[in-house]
Structures are given as structure tokens and as C-alpha cells.
Write a protein that binds this ligand. Structure first.
Ligand code: SF4
Length: 549
């Protein structure tokens, strides 16, 4: 009870978090107001019939900086604005008149025809940009509003979409890139991904969530499931056989949290219903007052797994879930790079572009090379890699040569393999530092300096670069995570640099890297710093000790 000025006491009214299920239907911030006033999916009609015809200046700001996201569109950063000014400029000063467009590729699954189309569209409309993101998407830049309807029509005719690639909606679903062919997967989760996509992506019931919603579904532990809002991970039940273990409430960004298990085993055919139940809990009980507390992880943290499971079962599924065991964590992260035998005796070949940097011409070349090798299937991975499936043994060497000619290494050095980077200052309006180009230069430098260690590392040491605190490149779960910020150099100047996080990981090493307050490096010092850390690790490790241990 809190005292009041009159000297009496009265109950403090709990401060609303904007949860719909508790009756807070009136929007408590501008984003919620915008979504309520005009459902975001409505913007498609305006893009097709007004904005693309009348040009950039005709776009309503609330569509431009809000609803466009539901179709995978953000304005990109105006070139030439340094990171020191990111926080001080108004949105219209920071943004360019071109768009980033994200093509959602659920499970990273593409036919070679689709990949060739993505490459062709990139060369025609996106100045040959086509980065592979760590969420198995492809990201174009330099898109003009005038070209958006044509690009959509071409993508959709080929079974591709940008629908809900961004926005407060169910984003791309991560899936194992080797689903259905891996010798060691518990099951092939592809049917669940396809069914969720068919039933729920673009459905009005889930198009206004409190915040973005990330899903991973895999029979193998190759989709970084610990950092998703909801994840289904393959596990063998002692009585019921193969199924999926349910996790909720993971996410990185500025308040990183690992997902928790609900202790429930879900048969493959029930995954879409259970997924919809979890999204329903989020939609109705998720916090809508503050954007910074709106991700599902905050609700899960406050409720705990028992209460979350109880609400899910009683209010959304109308039945109890089956208890199940935890899946065993793999000893090492799985990235599928290199040549691997499939269950059917053919091979898959995984290649490593540096930090996901690809191009339309590169993707077109991959599609052609894959077809010449007898394959019609390509996959993108959550590690920004690319895999060609179904290659007969006799074609493997030729394919590897052709991929190398396209700039894709299938036996990369540990550095080329272990480096990831987000979009950074080249295109992102939130960025403080450059990432992709820097990752490329860092890889070249480490390959030169650390060539003597290539055979000493049984697994690459992961080095992830973010352009700002928003962890798009998962810095907290890297061996060496680098968060872009402005730092002071030896001469007292403000320059681009990084806050270092050391020793994060997944699987057996699941956990966030330690943020060492004084560990800040300038961008110029970066190669020296990484070299020093790696050499110290190699010199001091006990037999078989992993970096994160
Ligand atoms: Fe942009 Fe920051 Fe995400 Fe990088 S981490 S893509 S700079 S928001």
C-alpha cells in the first residue's frame, strides 16, 4: 500500500503493459496506434496503385516508416553519413530514397530456378546486391518504389514472397538447410514449416503482434534455436518416437535471453497448432506499452515456463501437451560447409561467402553450376552460407571448381568460415560502424597472419561483427563478438570501434559471451586484437578445450 498526500492509504493500480488479454485494447504508443488505425497489410494496395506510380515523395510517412515493413521494405541509409551522427539525425535526414527489400525464404529452401530469378532481379533492380542474411533470407538494396510491384509479381510467380519478412509479424521460419537428406537428423520438419506458412503467414489474426516474432523448426540443432521466440527441436521420445521439443522466449538485442524449454514433446503434425497457440499467447498477453519490452522473452521471463505452458494448454490448445525429454546438445556448432554425404548416397556441398556478402551475378552463377551438376535444390543457412544439394559423386569436384570461380570457397580457412557480419553502415540507418567490408578485410588479414594455425583449430573460432547494439549478427553467442560503437583511440580521437564480448556459444557452450568493460578496440586495431586473442587461446588451452570453456 502506498501513502497518499491525504495521509490515508490506497491500493496502487497496477501499471498496464498494454496486454490485450487484460483489456488494454487502447493503443499505448504510436506504433500500436498506427497498427490499430490501419492494419499494416493494407499498405500493399497503396504501394501497387499509388506510391509506385506517383513516386517516393507520394509515400505517407506512417506507411514509409511503419507499414512497409510488413512487406520486407525499409528505406536504406543515405550514403556518406558517419556513425557518430546516427543518433542525432531525424529519420528523414538519415534515410535514402531507395529501399532494402528482404525476400523471405522459409527453411532457406530454394530451387535453382528460384535462385536464378533472385539473381536476375538483383541485377535488373538492385544494382547486383543480394546478401545472404543469418536468417536464411536474401536482402536486396537500391530498390526503387517504382519497381516494387514488378519485383513482387516476378517473385510470387516463382513461389517467393517478401510478405512479413519484417514488421511485428511472424518472420521467416528458420529450418535445417539439410532437412530430409541429413543422415543424423531426428526427423524432417519441412512439412510443419510449409503448413505454418500456408495457414498463417499473411493471416490477419497474426499480422499485429506486439513485436517481431522469430521461429526455428528443425530436426537437427543447426538453427540457433536458443535465441528464438519459439523453437521446435528434433528429439526422440522413449515411448512416442521422433518428435520436437518446444522452446520459448529466446532473443538477443540489448536484453539478451536464452529460450527455455517447456518440457513438452510435440509430434510433427501438431507443430502448426502448437505454434499458433504460442503466437496467440504472445499476441494476447505480450507487452504492448513499451517497444523495448515487447518481445516474447520478457513475458516468458516474468511468467516462467510452468505458467506459460499452463496458459498455452488451457487457453489456446484446450488439452495438455505430452511431457518429453531434452534433446542432447551437439558438441560443436553445425554449419554444413564442405562436402557431405546424404542419406541417399549423393552429396551436398556447402560454400562460404564472406559474411554473407553475395551478389546477383554470384547467385545466378551458383544456380547454373548446380544445374550442370544435376541438382535442382539450393539452401541458405543461418550462418550466412550457401549449400547445393543432391550432387552425384562424379560431379562434386567440377561443382567445387565452378563455385570457387564464382567466389565461393567450399574448403574455406577457419576465418572465412567463422566470420559473420550484419548489414552495417553501408545501408542500415541504425548503424554506427561499417561491418561487411571490414569483415572482408579482417578475413584477408587473419588468413595471412594466422595461416600457421589453420590445422590447429578443430573448429573455426567464430568472429561476429555488429554495426550497433541490435545484435543482428548474434554477437553475444560468438566466440569473439564485436559490437560496433564509437570509441576513443590512443590520440583521444572518436573513431569507429567495437565493444568485445568473449566466449559465447550454442550447444554444449550455450551462453552469452562475457562483456569485458575495458575490452574496446578501434577498428584499426581489430586484426591485432583478434590475432592476439586467438594465439593466446591456442597457446593456453588444455587438450580439447573449446574456446568458450
Ligand atoms: Fe543495423 Fe544494428 Fe542490425 Fe547491424 S546490428 S543490421 S547496424 S540494426
Amino acid at each position: 500500500m502506498a501513502p497518499n498526500p491525504g495521509g490515508t492509504t490506497r491500493a496502487r493500480r497496477p501499471r498496464g503493459e498494454g496486454q490485450w488479454a487484460l483489456g488494454y485494447r487502447e493503443p499505448l504508443n504510436a506504433n500500436e496506434r498506427s497498427k490499430k488505425d490501419d492494419p499494416p497489410l493494407n499498405v500493399r494496395e497503396r504501394i501497387e496503385n499509388t506510391y509506385s506510380r506517383q513516386g517516393f515523395d507520394s509515400i505517407d510517412p506512417s506507411d514509409l516508416r511503419g507499414r512497409f515493413r510488413w512487406y520486407g521494405l525499409y528505406t536504406q541509409r543515405r550514403p556518406g553519413i558517419d556513425g557518430g551522427r546516427t543518433a542525432t539525425l531525424e529519420p528523414e535526414e538519415l534515410e535514402d530514397r531507395y529501399f532494402m527489400m528482404r525476400v523471405r525464404i522459409d527453411g532457406g529452401a530454394l530451387t535453382t530456378e528460384q535462385l536464378a530469378l533472385i539473381g536476375e532481379l538483383s541485377q535488373t533492380y538492385a544494382r547486383n546486391t543480394a546478401d545472404i542474411t543469418d536468417r536464411q533470407n536474401v536482402q536486396y538494396h537500391w530498390i526503387r518504389i517504382e519497381d516494387v510491384p514488378t519485383i513482387w509479381a516476378r517473385l510470387e510467380a516463382a513461389g517467393l514472397t517478401t510478405l512479413e519478412a519484417c514488421g511485428d509479424s511472424p518472420r521467416v521460419i528458420l529450418g535445417s538447410p539439410v532437412a530430409g537428406i541429413a543422415a543424423d537428423e531426428v526427423l524432417d520438419a519441412t512439412p510443419a514449416i510449409e503448413e505454418i506458412r500456408r495457414r498463417y503467414i499473411g493471416a490477419p489474426e497474426f499480422a499485429n503482434l506486439p513485436r517481431k516474432f522469430k521461429t526455428a523448426i528443425s530436426g537437427l540443432q543447426d538453427v540457433v534455436h536458443e535465441i528464438h521466440d519459439v523453437a521446435f527441436v528434433g528429439v526422440e521420445h522413449p515411448e512416442h518416437g521422433p518428435g520436437l521439443d518446444l522452446w520459448v522466449g529466446g532473443g538477443l538485442s540489448t536484453n539478451p535471453m536464452l529460450a527455455v524449454r517447456l518440457g513438452a514433446w510435440v509430434p510433427l503434425e501438431e507443430v502448426p497448432d502448437v505454434w499458433a497457440g504460442v503466437v496467440g499467447v504472445f499476441r494476447d498477453y505480450g507487452y504492448r506499452r513499451l517497444r523495448s519490452r515487447a518481445r516474447l522473452k520478457f513475458l516468458v521471463k516474468d511468467w516462467g515456463p510452468e505458467r506459460f505452458r499452463e496458459v498455452l494448454e488451457t487457453e489456446y490448445l484446450g488439452r495438455p501437451l505430452i511431457d518429453g525429454p531434452a534433446p542432447e546438445a551437439p558438441e560443436r556448432p553445425i554449419d554444413h560447409v564442405g562436402v557431405h554425404r546424404q542419406r541417399d548416397g549423393r552429396y551436398y556441398v556447402g560454400a562460404a561467402p564472406v559474411a554473407g556478402r553475395a551478389s546477383g551475378s554470384m547467385l545466378t552463377a551458383v544456380a547454373k553450376a548446380a544445374e550442370r551438376a544435376g541438382s535442382t535444390r539450393v539452401r541458405l543457412t543461418p550462418q550466412q552460407k550457401l549449400i547445393v544439394l543432391d550432387v552425384p559423386e562424379s560431379e562434386v569436384d567440377k561443382l567445387r571448381t565452378e563455385l570457387a570461380d564464382a567466389g565461393l570457397d567450399t574448403a574455406p580457412t577457419p576465418w572465412r568460415r567463422g566470420v559473420m557480419a550484419c548489414t552495417g553502415i553501408e545501408f542500415c540507418k541504425l548503424a554506427i560502424v561499417e561491418t561487411k567490408g571490414r569483415a572482408e578485410r579482417l578475413v584477408a588479414e587473419l588468413e595471412r597472419r594466422l595461416a600457421d594455425l589453420n590445422n590447429d583449430l578443430d573448429h573455426p573460432i567464430s568472429v561476429h561483427l555488429n554495426g550497433c547494439p541490435n545484435s543482428c549478427a548474434r554477437i553475444q553467442t560468438a566466440d569473439i563478438g564485436l559490437k560496433g560503437q564509437i570509441v576513443t583511440d590512443a590520440e583521444g580521437k572518436q573513431v569507429e570501434g567495437f565493444q568485445v564480448h568473449l566466449g559465447g556459444g550454442f550447444g554444449l557452450d550455450s551462453g552469452f559471451g562475457r562483456k569485458l568493460r575495458r575490452h574496446k578496440v578501434t577498428a584499426t586495431e581489430l586484426p591485432d586484437y583478434v590475432e592476439r586473442v586467438v594465439r593466446n587461446y591456442v597457446a593456453q588451452r588444455e587438450h580439447g578445450e573449446r574456446f568458450a570453456q
